[in-house]
Design a protein around this ligand. Structure first.
Ligand SMILES: Cc1cc2nc3c(=O)[nH]c(=O)nc-3n(C[C@H](O)[C@H](O)[C@H](O)COP(=O)(O)OP(=O)(O)OC[C@H]3O[C@@H](n4cnc5c(N)ncnc54)[C@H](O)[C@@H]3O)c2cc1C
Length: 476
């Protein structure tokens, strides 16, 4: 056990999570007379909205995930430590985090919990084996290797049925991530990979977007959802609405809809259908009387984003449950900023917790890209789509990307990807596909032998298996 015994003269703030909520909280405390410890299980600040571009070979990981300690290098009142928080003692004012075998206890006077959310499979966690989600860098790299690996397998297939299975891509969930991914897989097949194989025509690939609800981009309303639908159809994406995925295995997905149960044979599947809040929500609820979580595991907070009875414990971002605040970057940024300002005002003696004004969310709108040069955009009552929406999307994402270098390189990558057909990040390795499963097996040693058999045998996740020996799939 590693107790953090650094003698703190000043008010101690602990921030959990280096996503939008955590990073913006730290930045807004830069001039405060406090000592901040930022604890995160990942070493980077991940810009999740562009993960799908890493998965489809447009951007590199570095562009969307700068190292948090480098981002905060000049902010002398922050210390960054890596570790997964597995306990919060709200009464005693400590956070316990773990890095490999080492536990660290960090005391706090104020705490900001910004641990975000993870993929939800609605109780069917075993689907994840064959249909990874899109939440982390590992997810995006795994997916890239699965997509490119599928084309490699198709090239080697000796019968039409197998070839078709490897050239069928199923994206589950038609929210912004699903729409963006489906669009980019289609463009990858139609433009970037076109002409790079000899036995297959990548333009024959099927991209199927499966959605349980009756609309694409449902939260953005029928007009923009309809526009996205039309655009995707024009690109050849097959959209299946009111279709519930009831099983996922190595060879495909089983779907139930109005006409009954059917199969789609597909080697490469991706899940973007739901989110579940970080398990820290449950821990907070268990450790503090009267705190509740909602169905997605998010913490129901007080109007000042704190938990009942603990005005020094804030919960922000995807982990907080506040009516009318969507699980989007703006909710996290505004929540993190609000908490930081409240702590600063208290430390400066300008405002006591009971004097805080309730958190007010300012809806700046939402947007999603469907293809190059085409996005849908909603700002207040204004709804628009097409090229200008895409330009707005481009500008906004560049604005929020952290670091001048990231912005500069990203603009260059976008320039070559969208104007030409080149994608600069087409490397993929076998480990990207199988490492997650091997790591999961380490937690369950009894299952490891069975898993090893599976990986080498019939029911292994098939896409990517022959992306062997760190073979890079080059395309221009
Ligand atoms: C693929 C994808 C696309 C998206 N697209 C958009 C978009 O276009 N527009 C938009 O507005 N929003 C989008 N979002 C949503 C947006 O990214 C989130 O709402 C936002 O990141 C939430 O910020 P957060 O700080 O609450 O959590 P996150 O950004 O998820 O950060 C959570 C942090 O907590 C850390 N953490 C988690 N658990 C622990 C633990 N136990 N111990 C220590 N650290 C922990 C994580 O490592 C991470 O650093 C998208 C999300 C995804 C996944």
């Amino acid at each position: 056990m590693n107790a953090d015994n650094s003698v703190a003269q000043r008010h101690r703030v602990v921030v959990i999570g280096s996503g939008f909520g955590g990073l913006f909280a730290c930045k807004h405390l830069r001039k405060a007379d406090v000592d901040i410890t930022l604890i995160s299980k990942t070493s980077t600040h991940l810009f999740q909205p562009l993960l799908y571009q890493v998965a489809t070979g447009i951007l590199s990981v570095g562009e969307i995930a700068p190292a948090t300690r480098i981002v905060l290098r000049k902010q002398r009142n922050v210390r960054v430590i890596m570790g997964e928080v597995d306990d919060i003692d709200v009464e005693g004012g400590t956070v316990t985090s773990r890095l490999l075998n080492q536990d660290t206890i960090t005391p706090f006077d104020s705490l900001i919990v910004a641990a975000g959310a993870q993929q939800s499979y609605f109780g069917n966690d075993h689907f994840a084996t064959y249909a990874p989600g899109m939440k982390t860098i590992d997810d995006a790299l795994e997916l890239r290797a699965r997509i490119l690996g599928s084309f490699e397998e198709a090239e080697l297939a000796t019968d039409q049925e197998t070839r078709e299975r490897f050239m069928t891509f199923v994206v589950v969930g038609a929210g912004p991530t699903g729409v963006e991914l489906a669009g980019q897989i289609a463009e990858l097949a139609d433009r970037t990979l076109d002409g790079t194989f000899r036995n297959i025509d990548t333009r024959d690939a099927r991209v199927i977007l499966v959605e349980g609800a009756g609309a694409v981009l449902a939260p953005m309303g029928p007009k923009l959802g309809g526009k996205a639908y039309q655009r995707l159809e024009k690109m050849g994406v097959e959209i299946q609405l009111n279709a519930i995925v009831t099983n996922v295995d190595a060879r495909g997905v089983t779907i139930k809809d109005g006409e009954g149960t059917r199969r789609i044979e597909s080697a490469c599947k991706v899940w973007s259908a739901g989110v579940q809040a970080s398990g820290l929500g449950k821990i907070l609820a268990e450790h503090s009387k009267g705190t509740e979580t909602d169905r997605a595991g998010r913490v129901v907070v007080e109007p000042d984003l704190t938990i009942k009875g603990y005005p020094n414990v804030f919960v922000v971002g995807d982990l907080m449950s506040v009516p009318g605040v969507p699980g989007q970057a703006q909710g996290a940024i505004q929540g993190g900023t609000y908490a930081a300002k409240a702590i600063k005002a208290e430390v400066e003696g300008k405002q006591q917790p009971q004097e805080r004004k309730p958190f007010k969310y300012f809806d700046k709108g939402s947007m999603a890209t469907v293809s190059r040069f085409y996005a849908v955009c909603q700002i207040g009552k204004l709804e628009f789509s097409g090229f200008f929406a895409w330009l707005a999307w481009l500008a906004l994402h560049l604005y929020y990307l952290v670091g001048f270098r990231s912005r500069f390189v990203t603009v260059l990558e976008w320039f070559t990807s969208f104007l030409g057909r080149h994608r600069g990040q087409m490397a993929a390795t076998e480990q990207w596909v199988f490492a997650r499963l091997a790591l999961e097996a380490l937690d369950k040693p009894d299952d490891a032998r069975e898993l090893a058999k599976q990986i080498g045998g019939e029911s292994a996740p098939e896409s990517g298996k022959s992306v062997a020996n760190t073979r890079a799939a080059e395309a221009s």
